[in-house]
Design a protein around this ligand. Sequence first.
Ligand SMILES: [Zn+2]
Length: 282
Amino acid sequence: MKLNNPNADIFVPDGLETAAALARTTHMCISAHQDDIEIMAYHGVAECFGRSGRWFTGVVVTNGAGSPRAGLYGHYTDEEMQKIRLLEQRKAAYVGEYACQIQLGYTSGAVKDPTRADLTAELTAILRAAKPEVVYLHNLADKHDTHVGVALRAIAALRAIAGEHRPRKVYGCEVWRDLDWLPDEDKQALPVSAQSNIAASLVGVFDSQVTGGKRYDLATAGRRLANATYFASHATDVETALSFAMDLTPLIDDPALPVRDYVTGFIGKLKADVEDRLAKLA
Ligand SMILES: [Zn+2]
């Protein structure tokens, strides 16, 4: 597979040839940055880890430039930092036994530019080669522009190939905004208790981020525990870790469904829920 950017990277942990590595994919995450996959889509990694017939592929869209740096990495140039982040993503792919890890090397600016058709076309080609059954994207209420930009390009790519291949499920996942606010009936509650040692390692290998002072490793585990504990007030916890997701499948099944209307529909339900309770109790 020929990728657009000269700094793009394909890594297949078990050394299989790229086309075959991609073709075995069953679960795929398309994220903005190195480490987003491990924070938001551990459900997909765990579904495939050590299982025959299931394979997880990660696609990271940006090049890791402009990431914060401190301590050991404080004096690194943007170029050196990109190399570190690329290597860290490869480490995660190895630990998680991914089918394939692709890093596309786009700038954040390119991702946020809706007129750039090259990224959508490249994602379309990757999806066509991998034909994933389950896809994990950023959720559309995330507060990071680059995350939402990547999710929108991925939705456009999924819509472009919907006539040939349609995943069974498309999830919008939590990074820079959790999804506890979604009405319970709309929450996609993904169990992520399995192999907590692997889950911890996957976020832990991104040392340049964690050393930078942001304890994503602890925060990610904490969010999953909090999700499991606060999900149902009267039930005993069956899962000790949950990730929440927004169901994005309807946007692929109905390409005419406006993205903005779909997402704000959930916000409208939250507003109605708060208003109804206050009206009842005030
Ligand atoms: Zn990110």
